[in-house]
Design a binder for this molecule. Structure first.
Ligand code: BG6
Length: 483
């Protein structure tokens, strides 16, 4: 397959927090891959900015080590890496003080795209925006990229939006939700809006229910401090699962344009029903042979933070009223598997007489093994009458696109290139983030007020049994979580 990589404009990208975990794991290895793919022009510059005192030569060494450590084995050529790190500079900087800023200004070239990646704690967003402004770096050519968590509730998200809006127009602000950069998430839009087949059936008349699962095998690891103050609701549901739900449920935008898409997503969030506490199950994982319990991992034997959440969500609009969306996500589950499943209704009448229930099922698999499967009902081969069975029409992308297809870029690679291109379609708008918090806040507040204690679940399992019972009450079952 011929690669269709189009180089982006020449840029100066400043990574605040350029020595941090995200920069080392994702941002810099991702930029390296885009450099190798020819998407980043050789004239582009990357400037790491952080508190640590080091010079550019030391930074280049640090980045080279990070790229080797966090890239697929055998994928990093020495020559490519040497050329890539030549594009790097380092500026020690004080986000809240004066030191380092004039040095940073001297690196910024006129006439190229300026992007500032705030890979730092949200408490620094306002200070950084203000300093950029003081030093004349908030012009039309500049963009800022901010990471989640974008606030921890509606009030703090509003404050962050205000801090940024004081110096930047909304069209310059790129709020990352890395799920939107995943290949199959974008494919969801292609499948829905690029085919005749699905859209006519995409409503409560034909869809029985929808399941969205983001299951992880990892625990909280070394992120206990952050995670225990967040929990699965803030860490995953308010952003990643909410975005997936929006893409599944939204009306067709008039065109694939940033505001047209984001307007439709916002309408979905605003149409979400207020949550009934009986429609939510929270869980916490227990210890197992290969790892500590959640409470041990976060160092608080009385923690009531959830590492798992399952919920039944209603969308009250013309298209979806009556079709539940079941969402679940958790850590230390049986398998790493993210999947969206649309379960269609049964036929009104079967001409084949008494048969087991048969539903068409469309599964969109985000990871691993990205692909789409459509379950169809056929006759079981062989003699013995008309017995029906369900079989998958399978389209694994790796299979369908052939071995020589380019490996899809990692979510971060794509999103950073979109920032440089100035395309905000896959980024969250300020009002979207606020609407998502406005829906999430009362749920979390309810737990706090009631002193809700998460159910314990076995590590390596499917999660708490209560989640199974929640669906059983609706005579439905969760999809199997399989790798
Ligand atoms: C992050 C969360 O946003 O997404 C993590 O903070 C989570 O807790 C991660 O593990 C999952 O991302 P992915 O791409 O591995 O599914």
């Amino acid at each position: 397959m011929v690669s269709r990589v189009i180089p982006v404009d020449v840029f100066d990208l400043v990574i605040f927090g350029g020595t941090g975990d995200l920069a080392r794991r994702k941002i810099l290895p991702g930029l390296f891959r885009r450099f190798c793919a020819g998407q980043m022009q050789p004239e582009a510059q990357i400037i790491g900015a952080a508190r640590a005192e080091m010079d550019s030569a030391e930074y280049r060494e640090m980045v080279a080590d990070a790229v080797r450590e966090f890239s697929a084995e055998g994928s990093v050529g020495d020559e490519d890496l040497a050329q890539f790190v030549e594009r790097l500079h380092y500026v020690p900087i004080d986000a809240r003080g004066e030191s380092g800023w004039s040095d940073l200004v001297s690196h910024m070239r006129p006439g190229v795209v300026h992007a500032f990646y705030f890979s730092v704690a949200p408490s620094l967003f306002g200070d950084l925006a203000e300093r950029l402004n003081i030093h004349g770096l908030t012009n039309d050519a500049s963009r800022i990229v901010v990471e989640k968590p974008f606030g921890r509730d509606l009030e703090s998200a509003r404050a962050l939006n205000r801090d940024l809006a004081a110096y930047f127009d909304e069209s310059q602000i790129y709020r990352i939700d890395h799920y939107l950069g995943k290949e199959t998430v974008q494919n969801l839009m292609a499948v829905r809006f690029g085919n005749m087949l699905f859209e006519p059936l995409w409503n409560s008349q034909y869809v029985d229910h929808i399941q969205i699962t983001v299951a992880e095998t990892v625990g909280v690891g070394g992120r206990g401090d952050y995670y225990d103050k967040s929990g699965a609701m803030r860490d995953m549901v308010q952003n990643h699962l909410m975005q997936l739900l929006c893409l599944i449920a939204m009306e067709p935008p008039s065109k694939f344009d940033p505001d047209a898409v984001r307007d439709e997503k916002l309408k979905v969030i605003r149409a979400l029903d207020k949550m009934d506490p009986h429609h939510i199950v929270r869980g916490q994982y227990e210890a197992s042979d290969d790892g500590p319990s959640y409470r041990e991992a976060v160092g608080d034997p009385r923690s009531r933070t959830e590492s798992y959440v399952a919920m039944k969500v209603g969308v009250s609009n013309w298209r979806w009223a009556g079709t539940p969306f079941y969402l679940r996500t958790g850590k230390r589950l049986k398998a790493r598997s993210s999947e969206i499943t649309v379960v269609f209704k049964e036929l009104n009448h079967s001409i084949f007489g008494e048969q087991e229930d048969h539903h068409n099922v469309l599964s969109i698999r985000l990871q691993p093994n990205e692909g789409i499967t459509l379950g169809v009902t056929i006759k079981e081969p062989g003699p013995g009458g008309m017995r029906l069975i369900d079989v998958p029409l399978d389209m694994s992308f790796a299979q369908a696109l052939g071995d020589d297809a380019d490996a899809p870029p990692d979510a971060y690679e794509r999103l950073i290139m979109d920032v440089i291109r100035g395309n905000q379609t896959l980024f969250m708008r300020g009002d979207e983030v606020e609407a998502a918090w406005a829906w999430t806040d009362p749920i979390i507040k309810g737990w706090e007020e009631r002193g809700d204690v998460p159910k314990l679940y076995e590590s390596g399992s499917d999660g708490p049994v209560d989640a199974v019972q929640m669906l059983a009450r609706d005579t439905r079952v969760w999809r199997k979580v399989s790798p």
